[in-house]
Design a protein around this ligand. Sequence first.
Ligand SMILES: [Zn+2]
Length: 278
Amino acid sequence: MERRTFLELLAAGVITAATGAAAGIFLPKLIEEKSEFGFGKMGAALPPIAEDVNVYPSAIPIIFEPPRVTQVPVPFGTISSIPHHPGMFALTVDDGISSHVVREYTRFAQETGMRLTFFVTGQYPSWSENIPELRPLVESGQIQMANHTWTHPSLLKVSNGQVSSELGQTHDFLLKNYGVDATPYFRPPFGNHDERIDSVAASLGYTTAVMWHGSLSDAGQITPDQLREFAGKWIGEKRIVIGHANFPAVTECFGYIKDLILERKLQPVTLNDLYLKR
Ligand SMILES: [Zn+2]
């Protein structure tokens, strides 16, 4: 019970692992919990503190666990929600103009277990600069990398060859630097696509255009208050929500977003969590 209280406080953001450690909170709790299982009751000395210090870090709770999910075949064509998965929520994050914001998103994921799908615009240095932090999360499946072209043009205005090279360059970049084949998920810049674009994309294996059900509306600069309002409006079950790693407002809202997901009892997921590649 004692440990659960601590976890709840941690989940609610009242304390963090760091402040908890600084305040000496979890070591006494751990000993108390162990005593429930017999250490204390038998009148034996408490286990050496050093042992607990060594043991505890691996037991620091992750707020969001990986999902338990029945995967279904990935839909062909355009998706903007995840209708087969009640209680689940997919946050997708685009562009990466700001390396700082990509790094902070990565830290958010590290600290909470949050699952994210990045739609990478390959030309931005953020995707190279943050490889050391991102790659382990990509390898564990907690973060998914998907294709948002190389230079972010409206694909409607470029030739078939350019559509191919826009998707191909980011595809190759992700394969080389993250070891992932990003197919079949692409997001056309500005959401602009048509049958021609989809057909060229499909010829490269990008058979699923990922749109969204709601937006944090932060492709450009907005205030943290505005962003929290959009988060409150759109974060919900079976939804794909789009955000951007472009401006720092979102980095002030991670706690709020985490609390919304917890309050609404949502399970964060990546697209790969839900769908089997065909
Ligand atoms: Zn974009």
